[in-house]
Design a protein around this ligand. Structure first.
Ligand code: T1G
Ligand code: NAD
Length: 689
């Protein structure tokens, strides 16, 4: 009894043993924790005075899984599966006391206990898939025995947890405890002992293991997951729960897990897991800097972005005022928000009451004065510098002292906008991505004068809205759009030299992006870029010719592709092909067949090159920030880790040599390797090493 080690304490309350684990911040099941649990189980098993046991965790959550930082390192016994087998073999009832997020190996451990109790609001889930893995400690065999194979597979493939009430309804937990959890769990264990209830091992249950419908559900769940290794492993493992004896299913699960954990895809996804958390650490914000209040918000402009941004605040429970130039435009914007919410309700993604509650948090106004009491103001008007400067000069006058003034500009100079106010320390960029209520990335743009607490507020607002905030510096297009511009140049070149939009998009989607550059351009609208180029006196041979012919993209039913009425499926368009061939001949280019490998390299390497320049200039703090931006903002396949991580896997010498080849072949000096790439390649290093 007592402290078994620094993380594990064992005590008794009468005939009940209570083991409490305290390994902040999320009670990851590191070696020391497993060793302490194994010892606690041994002592409780062998102590005849002990009739039952409770496993609980201190701090904010029950075990949130295996310790991801231990992956890839030599295994240290006891393994999690050994601890789990010891729990299941206990001749006395073991009760798991769940709070916070019982995830992965933590939930699998709870599933091995004979009983599970939880507080309301606790969540349980198996998110291993988000790390390119499958549950590796019996979860694929035990969960189907409780919720059925279909639901188990859905929980495993989505990785999304379920709440305690749903878990209770599914029989995953036995009761919800009011008041103190551990006391409640002890009382529950005491009742089980007193009533002599049989020990229920999940492994012995098979009444829910029905095969019917599983194959269709598996196909539906994995249809959009091309290129990944984990989906097939998850399907095979859960199917094994139906067709194989328990121990064989567990054995096969272990084999599948060990293969995935050693694989490139999971390593890349684990990189992204930690990179996302690293991105929240912003140099220049002193420890202990408190964010400013963010209880109320305002959004200027109710267009494509303004409406989505307002939904983000309402979804987070923050009252928000949307300001437009006139009633009609305001109503149009609010109607679009309403339609968006109703579509989500219709899909079953939101309850009607919850929709009403959120919409009630969104108020409209046509006078800027309406933002005077807002803690955070986000401007999302047309992408015109003079207009934005006028809006910020007005905000300087009406917004309350200490409020954070943010612009959603996608390209413009945030410092120039800040200089339109007398309080540049309160000004920064919050670059949301379309659709703003869906895309998780938020580029937080630090201005030259932005105060640390204003920056800390923007990062905190981002996390509160469920976004992944990444702090970047001021330059044209910040990080994501600046790198994307390099890809767009090459995409246009590839069309002139011999490729067609469908070929380029196929190569990019085969690489793992959900959408190719030309379908993406059609979705955003070709006219947005066309207006910007006209404003800057620039020309894009093919895209401008298409715009002049009314090809604005999905919004006009034709862009680089044509779209059937009511459909978003891009279809090859002979008219576009003619436009491209004309442009090639006008440019005097003899078209050639371009191999897929070259298309991929010319789509990706110039972006990596620009990423290197961005790091050289300090616009991004670290290479992993660039990876997070591309994974959460531009659909970079998470199982490839992000452009900078991907470059390190290929080797910078290879990237250098291919860029040099393309620069010499095209005469385009912007393709010449960035200094940082040449230097690191010469030193045999990577961006991250
Ligand atoms: N291992 C190691 N460190 C972890 C960790 C884990 N499982 N989970 C979180 N951390 C660190 C994280 O890096 C951060 O560190 C700090 O804890 C706070 O996290 C056999 C093999 C639990 C919902 O996938 O989803 O079990 O940055 O900022 O927003 O089948 O963390 O402060 O230095 O995210 O409140 C399965 C992963 C593992 C859950 C809390 N489990 N974690 O979110 O805090 S695989 C997971 C999360 C597995 C078995 C397999 C979230 C959270 P730092 P945070 P949060
Ligand atoms: P939009 O044209 O859809 O909406 C702009 C809205 O601003 C219009 O409804 C207009 O009436 C309103 N407006 C103009 N002047 C105003 C004023 N003085 N006061 C109040 N409202 C005013 O444009 P959008 O696509 O939502 O873009 C808005 C901003 O967000 C731009 O800076 C753009 O670069 C940026 N952005 C756009 C996207 C995107 O994909 N569309 C993505 C990220 C950032």
């Amino acid at each position: 009894m007592g402290n078994l080690n620094a993380s594990v304490d064992l005590r008794r309350d009468g005939e009940i043993a209570i083991v409490t684990v305290d390994n902040p911040p999320v009670n990851a099941l590191k070696h020391e924790v497993r060793a302490g649990l194994a010892e606690a189980l041994r002592q409780s098993r062998d102590d005849v005075a002990i009739k039952g046991m409770v496993i609980a965790c201190a701090g904010r959550t029950f075990f949130a899984g295996a310790d991801i930082t231990e992956f890839g390192k030599p295994p240290q016994p006891p393994g999690l599966s050994e601890v789990i087998a010891a729990i299941e073999a206990m001749p006395k009832p073991v009760v798991a006391a769940l709070h916070g997020t019982a995830l992965g190996g933590g939930f699998e451990l709870a599933l091995a206990c004979h009983f599970r109790v939880a507080v309301a609001g606790a969540r349980v889930g198996l998110p291993e898939f988000k790390l390119g893995l499958l549950p590796g400690a019996g979860g694929t065999q035990r969960l189907p025995r409780l919720v059925g194979p279909e639901k188990a597979l859905r929980m495993i493939i989505t990785g999304d947890p379920i709440e305690a009430r749903e878990a209770l309804a599914d029989g995953v937990i036995d009761t919800i405890v009011d008041g103190d959890l551990t006391e409640g769990a002890i009382a529950f264990a005491r009742r089980v002992v007193a009533e002599g209830r049989p020990l229920r091992r999940v492994r012995d249950r098979d009444d829910k293991l029905v095969a019917e419908g599983f194959a269709d559900a598996a196909e539906a769940l994995t249809r959009r997951l091309r290129g990944r290794e984990a989906p097939a492993a998850c399907v095979e493992a859960v199917r094994n729960a139906i067709v194989l004896p328990f121990d064989e299913g567990v054995k096969r699960e272990g084999e599948l897990f060990r293969k995935l954990v050693a694989g490139d895809q999971s390593k890349a996804q684990r990189h992204v897991f930690f990179a996302e958390r690293e991105a929240a650490r912003v140099p220049g914000i002193p420890d202990g800097t408190k964010p400013r209040p963010m209880a109320t918000a305002a959004v200027i402009g109710a267009g494509t972005m303004g409406g989505g941004i307002a939904m983000c605040f309402a979804n987070a429970g923050i009252p928000v005022t949307v300001v437009e130039t006139g009633r009609d435009l305001l109503q149009r914007g609010l109607d679009r928000v309403g339609a968006n919410y109703r579509a989500t309700v219709a899909r079953g993604g939101l309850g009607a009451d919850e929709m009403e509650r959120r919409m009630a948090l969104i108020n409209g106004a046509t006078e800027l004065d309406a933002v005077r009491s807002a803690d955070v103001v986000i401007e999302a008007v047309f992408e015109e510098m003079d207009l934005k400067k006028r809006v910020f000069a007005d905000l300087n006058r009406v917004a309350k002292a200490g409020s954070v003034l943010a612009t959603n500009t996608s390209t413009l100079d945030v410092d120039e906008i800040a200089r339109a106010t007398a309080r540049p320390q309160d000004v920064l960029g919050t670059h949301f991505f379309s659709p703003a209520n869906v895309m998780r990335l938020l580029e937080v743009v630090r201005g030259a004068a932005t105060a640390p607490d204003a920056l800390a507020t923007a990062v905190a607002v981002g996390r509160r809205l469920g976004k992944v905030p990444v702090t970047v510096g001021v330059c044209y297009g910040f990080v994501g759009n600046r790198m994307l511009a390099r890809r767009s140049v090459q995409a246009e070149r590839l069309l002139l030299e011999g490729a067609l939009p469908q070929e380029v998009d196929a190569a990019v989607t085969d690489f793992g992006f959900p959408m190719g550059p030309f379908a993406m351009a059609d979705m955003a609208g070709l006219d947005v870029g066309w207006r910007i180029r006209k404003g800057r006196g620039e020309r894009d041979e093919i895209e401008d010719a298409l715009c002049e012919a009314g090809h604005f993209g999905q919004k006009t039913g034709k862009g680089y592709f044509r779209y059937e009425a009511g459909s978003r499926t891009p279809l090859p368009d002979p008219e576009v092909e003619r436009t491209i061939l004309d442009a090639s001949s006008r440019a005097g280019i003899a078209r050639r067949a371009i191999p897929e490998g070259e298309i991929v390299e010319r789509m990706i390497y110039p972006m990596i090159n620009e990423g290197a320049r961005i790091l050289e200039e300090g616009i991004a703090t670290r290479p992993s920030d660039v990876d997070v931006i591309w994974v959460y903002g531009y659909g970079w396949p998470v199982w490839r880790g992000g452009p900078m991580y991907y470059a390190d896997q290929l080797g910078l010498a290879h990237i250098r040599d291919r860029l040099t080849l393309y620069a010499e072949r095209s005469g385009d000096d912007s393709l010449r390797p960035a200094t940082r790439i040449s230097r690191l390649a010469a030193e045999g290093r990577g961006f991250a090493s």
